[in-house]
Design a protein around this ligand. Structure first.
Ligand code: ATP
Length: 593
């Protein structure tokens, strides 16, 4: 990304604050003139004092010079402190506002993206997090530097250069010639460093993802005593990062040295030229200092660029990743406009194939299904058969490669996505509990629910009594609950949502036997008159279903009722027998008798 493209991307975010920008620019303009005052004052002082000394006059005659320059310099400093305050404060204000807007925009934007965006390898949480954080930080720093450092200094440089030309054309020319040489070297530097900076960005993203991985799996790491392996993995990343950083610094310092050398050559040329002109009688002696100070103002932004150069290039590299996130419009979730007056929940899947975005091989092959409204349909199959994937497609989280899914006779694509999901309740193997109270977590199912409704939902999912035993009851942090209790909160959320269609993906997998029985009873109650699709490895939940689909390696291989399927002596019989054997039914029945 070039600096021009970067500013084009940032412009919409700066635009709302154009008054702030205008005000800063006015201050910049005034500041660029006040910055030249010292040069004028010095020339005036040297020339006046030289003239007095030549005329053998002293302090008494020169007193008015001291008074004049004191008034001018102090007046200028007072004005300057207001200007500097204004520039710093308004520049910072701009940075904070733009930072807030960018952060909100990126969150709003990624919330509209498809699930595929989050599951693709380049967008793991740690990587996204650092790309967003660093992106916002470096972009807004650039905005601030632009208004506080680069712009005022550049304006001052242009004014100083104009004054040099005005005083003497040749001295002005020397000043002018140095600048393009300097910029040429700077551009070469940027090109040499772009690759290493990108590499550093990638390494930082991997490091962040690595740290997140360690924090999320710390129990597994400790239980396998694999602290050394994890530490070594991080050390490898850290070493690569250090090497890349040192390489970048080395190149930077080499170029910086070259740039300082060019600048000093400019100073030497100005001294020689002005001294020559003074000796030739073309200039007064005060002009030597005058030109050196002006040249100093010309090279000041260049010297400052040493400091802000890194930040600018960081902004260029990090903004690439950031704006890639912000502009991934192809990742936006599609929505139709169809809103049905009443959903009955009849799904028809016709010859559907599906491949995950990062995979080469399809996960689902030629799926045909007819899911009847108001009935319970079970999906049975070994791990990895594609059951959860199928549910993801019915909830429109992913789009099929080919084939069509109909709901009540209308293709799923045509449905308004929010409306569709409002009519589907989803309980997963592992449900997400948000940082907040139990009440807030249950209310996620219906933000408008009253407290009584929350309590009713908690009773239905058999968690109310346990909540009441907690010190802060419904105001206790939900993160403090056990896995099974959290699962019940998720089920309570669904009771509150009360949708006509329910997908249950192993809803009792993390519950104890008593809770499983309680939840089974309450699920039985909620299943009535709704379309339910249940994925389960529990015999009791499967045999209760009206229809069972058996999946194997991404295909539907059998369908029917429990009795019919069992008599086929196929995949279902195999799975069912294995389930029964794993339960040790022989021994259980002997015990129960
Ligand atoms: P289980 O009973 O273990 O939950 P399942 O039948 O629900 O298994 P799925 O979770 O649908 O199986 O997975 C089917 C296949 O799709 C697996 O091979 C899995 O590796 C793959 N898969 C699942 N999610 C993704 C994803 N986000 N990206 C790529 N591949 C995936």
């Amino acid at each position: 990304m070039s600096l021009f493209q970067l500013f084009k991307n940032i412009a919409p975010y700066v635009k709302p604050y154009r008054l702030l920008v205008f005000f800063t620019l006015v201050l910049t303009l005034i500041g660029s003139f006040t910055a030249q005052v010292n040069a004028w004052v010095l020339r005036y002082t040297v020339d006046q004092i030289s003239a007095l000394l030549e005329a053998n006059q002293g302090l008494k005659e020169g007193m008015h010079i001291l008074v004049t320059i004191s008034v001018i310099l102090i007046g200028k400093e007072i004005l300057n402190s207001f200007i500097t305050f204004g520039q710093n404060f308004y520049g910072e204000k701009l940075r904070i506002y733009v930072s807030r807007d960018l952060a909100q925009k990126v969150i709003d934007k990624i919330l509209t993206y498809k699930l595929a965006f989050y599951t693709s390898g380049g967008n793991q949480p740690g990587k996204l997090q650092i790309r967003i954080d660093r992106g916002i930080e470096s972009i807004t720093r650039l905005v601030q530097n632009f208004f506080i450092d680069i712009l005022p200094l550049s304006a001052s440089a242009v004014v100083a250069l104009a004054m040099m030309f005005n005083a003497n054309f040749y001295v002005g020319l020397v000043g002018l010639c140095i600048v393009p040489v300097y910029f040429f070297v700077s551009v070469r530097q940027a090109k040499r460093l772009a690759g290493s900076r990108r590499n550093i960005r990638e390494l930082r993203e991997n490091k962040s993802q690595g740290i997140l991985g360690i924090l999320q799996s710390v129990m597994v790491i400790k239980s396998f005593i694999r602290e050394d392996i994890e530490s070594r993995k991080q050390l490898d990343l850290q070493n690569s990062l250090t090497a890349a950083q040192l390489r970048t610094r080395k190149i930077s310092f080499l170029f910086d040295g070259l740039k300082s050398f060019i600048e000093q050559i400019g100073v030497v040329l100005i001294i020689i030229l002005t001294a020559y002109l003074v000796l030739s009688g073309v200039m007064t002696i005060g002009a030597i200092m005058f030109h050196i100070l002006l040249f100093n103002n010309v090279t000041a932004p260049i010297r400052q660029l040493h400091r802000i150069y890194d930040q600018m290039n960081d902004a260029l590299i990090y903004s690439e990743g950031f704006f890639d996130i912000l502009k991934a419009d192809d990742q936006t979730e599609q929505s139709g406009s169809y809103i049905s007056p009443k959903i009955t929940g009849r799904f028809k899947v016709q010859d559907m194939n599906f491949t995950y975005p990062d995979n080469e091989e399809p996960t689902l092959h030629h799926i045909n299904m007819d899911i009847l409204p108001g009935k319970i349909t079970a999906l049975v199959g070994l791990s990895g058969a594609g059951k959860s994937t199928l549910i993801n497609l019915l909830d429109k989280f992913y789009q099929p490669d080919s084939g069509v899914i109909y709901l009540d006779g209308v293709p799923l694509d045509e449905y308004n996505t929010s409306f569709l999901r409002d009519n589907i309740g989803l309980v997963l193997q592992k449900n997400h509990i948000f940082n907040g109270t139990i009440e807030e977590n249950i209310m996620y199912g219906n933000p408008d629910a009253t407290f009584e409704e929350v309590v009713h939902a908690a009773r239905q999912s058999y968690i109310h009594d346990q909540i009441m035993a907690l010190p802060d009851r419904y105001q206790t942090s939900a993160l403090a609950l056990s896995g099974g209790q959290q699962q019940k909160i998720a089920i309570a959320r669904m009771f509150l949502k009360n949708p006509p269609i329910i997908f249950l993906d192993e809803p009792t997998a993390s519950l104890d036997a008593v809770s499983t029985e309680q939840i089974k009873n309450s699920l039985d109650a909620i299943k009535k008159n709704r379309t339910v699709i249940i994925i389960s490895h529990s015999i009791s939940q499967i045999i209760d279903s009206d229809c069972i689909y058996v999946m194997k390696e991404g295909r539907v291989v059998e369908r029917g009722t429990h009795e019919a399927l069992y008599n086929m002596h196929g995949t279902y019989t195999e799975i069912f027998d294995a389930m029964a054997r794993s339960l040790n039914i022989d021994k259980i029945s002997k015990t129960l008798v």
